[in-house]
Design a protein around this ligand. Structure first.
Ligand SMILES: [Zn+2]
Ligand SMILES: [Zn+2]
Ligand SMILES: [Zn+2]
Ligand SMILES: [Zn+2]
Ligand SMILES: [Zn+2]
Length: 554
């Protein structure tokens, strides 16, 4: 195992904690634990094959503790000044698993994405906030990954700036191919020649439960979720940020700038249960998209609203769309549905508002789905349904205290949930006291309770003591803990057996004219003696003569 050796050598020279887990086929063999900015830096310096390595964050990591912002010309600022901290070096190529475990990296300043290339990788449960990527050289850039292939992104939350000057600038990935993206959310401004909330260019990928809420500024082209959305299946996603393409000829699309689909024969690209609600401003602006190409894509229950500001009237025709079910004016549709025309259930199903589909993390019962339509007054997300993390606490063991309350903590990562409920003492098993007449139970909280003890005798066992004249007995022990008191009673199944006598035996005391006695014995020692009838010698003599004569005349 080359990699193990290399990493072990690395372990000797560095303080990075590495756990070697026993090897199994196609398994993660190495775990990198990152608990400081230094550890993260060492990871970026480690140019290795990560294919059997899992990198995990053990806590939140703050690289710089100042605040990043941008000036009115979209130049980066740190604590309000153009003097920026030292740039963090990116991980060149990553092909392992990076699990942030729900922890947050903040204060990163990068001249490139955190990961330049992701191939066959998994990036999940990672939050990156108050960070800034200012990339003046790469063709594609983003906060997390410049170019990704065959990579899964799950549950990543971004509230950072990405400023790019190349072909594609996105929040999550600059350029993505064959990726699976779920529950990734962007709330940080994305600025570039071409800019998209989560993706620059994305192709042959699945995207679900994702949103962009931030303003997108693409000088040439801008899209709420992506600049180019090519041959992708997208569901349960929304954009509620404003999308601006402010150069001459700039193209802006509320959901995506350009949508490309498969051939007429297959609805390979389907966009369903999505909406876009931001204002769209551009020379060639469309509430949903600026331009589509390819033949057909399917839109199922897609809603779009927001202002569309064109410098030129939109000349696009709808000829290439296969619109199955599409609504403009989401809000009114929702209200119309709720005014009693449709049944509530039907409405919920049609608008896909609540928990219709869910996504659970592998490590906690958190799932994501659209929340309720909250209305304008709430001032949240322009009143539109938001993707919300629904968290179901998993309470651990309740610990009680004598104050009459008990509490349990949620077992989930990063959850501070505590549940308190009134405590009812549970005295558990009572222990019989020395007097054998009372028993005492102790609650986990220390409270004791003593009550009278009633013996509870268990199974009676025969004592094997029945004999010829005495009935057998049986005994049971009290099942109360520490009691030991026994109870002995007659055993109805083992009565006295009665004597079992041998044959009568003469005692040899007969006389000429007087009968003798005979005796019989039982194994228990008991005996019986009686007169042996016709045992006097004279009678025995005549009895024998009589028998002899009788035999002669037979
Ligand atoms: Zn919880
Ligand atoms: Zn959880
Ligand atoms: Zn108690
Ligand atoms: Zn007892
Ligand atoms: Zn006997």
């Amino acid at each position: 195992m080359k990699i193990t050796k290399r990493i072990s050598a690395f372990l000797l020279s560095m303080v990075l904690i590495i756990t070697i887990i026993p090897m199994s086929a196609n398994a993660i063999n190495n775990t990198f634990e990152i608990s400081s900015a230094e550890d993260l830096k060492r990871l970026s310096e480690l140019d290795t094959d990560f294919s059997d390595t899992k990198v995990i964050l053990l806590n939140d990591i703050t690289v710089n503790d100042g605040d990043f912002s941008i000036d009115k010309n979209n130049n980066p600022l740190y604590n309000g000044s153009s003097e920026l901290p030292e740039s963090f070096s990116p991980v060149k190529t990553f092909n392992g698993v990076f699990d942030g475990q729900g922890y947050t990296i903040s204060g990163l300043f990068l001249n490139s994405s955190l990961f330049e290339n992701c191939k066959d990788a998994v990036i999940k449960n990672l939050n990156v906030v108050n960070s800034l990527v200012a990339d003046k050289t790469s063709e594609s850039t983003a906060v997390i990954c410049s170019v990704a292939e065959n990579t899964t992104f799950e549950n990543c939350y971004l509230n950072s700036y990405a400023i790019g000057s190349g072909k594609y600038t996105g929040g999550l990935v600059g350029e993505a191919l064959n990726c699976i993206v779920s529950a990734c959310r962007n709330e940080g401004s994305i600025i570039g020649a071409n800019a998209g909330g989560l993706f620059g260019y994305i192709k042959n990928s699945t995207i679900k439960f994702c949103y962009n809420k931030a303003s997108i500024w693409g000088y040439k082209s801008a899209g709420g979720l992506a600049i180019n959305l090519n041959y992708c299946n997208v569901s349960d996603c929304y954009n509620s940020g404003d999308v601006n393409a402010n150069e001459k000829d700039g193209a802006a699309g509320g959901f995506a700038c350009y949508v490309t689909a498969l051939s007429k024969e297959t609805y390979g690209s389907t966009i369903k249960y999505c909406y876009t609600a931001g204002d769209v401003i551009g020379y060639d602006a469309g509430k949903f998209c600026s331009n589509y190409s390819g033949d057909i894509f399917a839109m199922v229950r897609v809603y779009y609203e927001g202002k569309e500001v064109n410098d030129l009237s939109d000349a696009d025709s709808d000829a290439g769309y296969k619109i199955i079910d599409q609504y403009e004016d989401y809000k009114n549709y929702w209200e119309w549905s709720h005014s009693g025309i449709s049944a509530q259930d039907d409405c919920i199903e049609r608008l896909h508002l609540i928990k219709v589909d869910s996504l659970k993390h592998d490590w906690c019962p958190e799932y994501i789905g659209f929340g309720d339509y909250v209305g304008d007054a709430a001032g949240l997300n322009r009143g539109y349904p938001q993707l919300t993390m629904f968290h179901e606490h998993v309470w651990g063991d309740y610990k009680c205290d004598s104050a009459g309350t008990e509490t349990a903590k949620c077992l989930c990562y990063n959850c501070d949930g505590i549940n308190t409920r009134s405590h009812e003492h549970v005295f558990g098993e009572y222990i019989v006291n020395e007097d054998k007449q009372t028993e005492t139970g102790v609650c986990e909280c220390g409270e004791k309770y003593t009550r009278p003890h009633t013996h509870a005798f268990g199974d009676y066992m025969y004592n094997n003591d029945a004999d010829c004249v005495t009935d057998g007995t049986m005994t049971a022990v009290c099942t109360g803990r520490n009691c030991g008191v026994t109870d002995t009673v007659n055993d109805p199944n083992h009565k006295a057996t009665g004597h079992n006598f041998s044959d009568w035996k003469s005692n040899g005391d007969a006389k000429l004219f007087a009968n003798g006695t005979e005796t019989r014995f039982c194994h228990c020692g008991a005996s019986q003696t009686r007169i042996a009838e016709r045992s006097a010698f004279i009678i025995v003599f005549f009895d024998n003569i009589y028998k002899l004569i009788k035999d002669m005349f037979k």
